[in-house]
Write a protein that binds this ligand. Structure first.
Ligand SMILES: Cc1cc2nc3c(=O)[nH]c(=O)nc-3n(C[C@H](O)[C@H](O)[C@H](O)COP(=O)(O)OP(=O)(O)OC[C@H]3O[C@@H](n4cnc5c(N)ncnc54)[C@H](O)[C@@H]3O)c2cc1C
Length: 375
């Protein structure tokens, strides 16, 4: 994989100009949009403040079918066919109807990037006026702009809602060297009153962390404590805010994808496959525009509607997220044991997967002919 460094200081030469599509953010959401535009011959520029894959943003656990469906097998680190849930009064093993895998972030991003043909530049996005995005290297203009910049929703209209007032969770993890066979989670108020802890093994590394649904609850101390309890080193911290409320998919002429649209699932804080899922959907709409098959305004409306169709599922998970911490621990243990039957696990996990179902093996689209760009 080619490894390039983020441009810093004097390397950040002026960058201005016009493109057909401007994708801001080069993580899961932005890379999925770019992948879908491959071969469209549109001039696509993707920007990020860091180089592609440079800053890992998550524990990188995802249903395996999403990695195989996008041809990303090479980045898989470990695969799990059980989920182990610890509570103070019981440890329950759920046999999964499909597997989860941990993966290497840098490799995953490099593979996804290679499936597209967008140009890439490092630049920090500072704001937007109409169809012009302001960056620390200059102004970039495009009729089609995607905000895949994460929870800040930087390109949205008006003032942004900042934590802790925003509907956000807090997540922090450490990445010690170590190994394990199980994908484990802890629902235990002694670590976090509302939220959960996790340990995801990833081929010689453990990703051990705490997520709090309450943004006011600080997670560093419990993350350290969980790592200590697992006799793991407290090293290589990585954390971020995690949105748990879905927001409009299109607003003020901009497409929002992934965390910027609140596409991360409440309760589980799974936001990678949803960023990919909505990224592919957004990319399909953009492709129809650059190929002259759809007007920009229709693409904005259709993508917003597609995202909105999923809102009830997000709201349902948010209600569950609010209910679970209120269940007394002993009752929770009884309930989890009762949910262990294969039939129930299959039913519930299959429903959960269908919120953002994996693509069938989907080669990156290639179009032979360049189509006119409609603004
Ligand atoms: C500790 C933790 C663990 C998690 N574990 C999992 C997990 O195991 N599985 C899962 O499915 N989800 C997990 N999540 C959630 C998941 O990380 C996010 O939902 C997912 O990363 C969203 O993808 P995205 O592409 O929308 O945004 P991000 O991955 O946040 O990417 C945003 C991109 O925008 C760039 N950017 C931001 N601001 C600017 C700016 N001003 N200028 C230029 N570039 C900018 C960033 O550098 C980044 O590349 C976890 C989250 C946390 C915090």
């Amino acid at each position: 994989m080619p490894v390039r460094a983020t441009k810093r200081g004097s390397e950040r030469t002026p960058l201005t100009g016009e493109w057909d599509v401007l994708i801001c953010g080069a993580s899961f959401a932005g890379l999925a949009v770019a992948r879908e535009l491959a071969g469209s011959r549109a001039r696509v520029l993707m920007i990020d403040r860091y180089d592609v894959g440079e800053r890992q943003t998550s524990a990188c656990g995802i249903p395996t079918a999403w990695l195989t469906g996008l041809g990303l097998e090479e980045c898989v680190q470990q695969t799990f066919d059980e989920l182990v849930v610890h509570t103070p009064h019981a440890t329950v093993r759920f046999p999964l109807p499909w597997t989860f895998s941990t993966f290497d972030y840098r490799t995953c991003c490099a593979l996804l990037f290679a499936q597209g043909d967008a140009e890439f530049e490092t630049a920090k996005v500072e704001g937007r006026t109409g169809s012009t995005v302001h960056t620390d290297r200059g102004d970039l203009t495009a009729p089609l702009i995607v905000d895949a910049l994460g929870w800040r929703r930087i390109l949205g209209p008006g003032e942004n809602v900042q934590p802790p007032e925003a509907l956000l969770s807090r997540g922090l993890e450490v990445h010690p060297f170590g190994g394990g066979e199980d994908m484990e989670i802890w629902i235990d108020r002694s670590y976090v009153p509302a939220g959960y802890g996790w340990s995801f093994p990833a081929d010689g590394e453990l990703r051990i962390g705490i997520g709090s649904f309450d943004p006011r609850f600080h997670v560093k101390e419990p993350t350290n404590r969980l790592a200590e309890d697992l006799r793991a080193d407290r090293v290589r911290y990585q954390g971020n805010w995690i949105p748990h409320a879905i927001r409009p998919g299109a607003e003020d002429g901009v497409f929002f994808v992934g965390d910027s649209a609140g596409h991360c699932l409440p309760l589980t804080a799974e936001g990678i496959r949803t960023a990919l899922y909505f990224g592919l959907a957004c990319g399909r709409e953009l492709r129809a525009v650059v190929e002259g098959r759809r007007a920009r305004v229709d693409a904005l409306r259709r993508y917003d509607a597609f995202s909105g169709e999923h809102a009830w599922k997000f709201r349902w998970l948010l209600r569950t997220q609010r209910a679970v911490p209120r269940i007394p621990p002993r009752l929770l243990a009884v309930l989890l044991r009762g949910m262990q039957s294969r039939r129930f696990v299959r039913w519930s996990f299959d429903h959960y997967l269908r919120i953002a179902p994996p693509p069938d093996s989907a080669p990156a689209p290639r179009a032979a002919d360049r189509a006119p760009v409609a603004a």
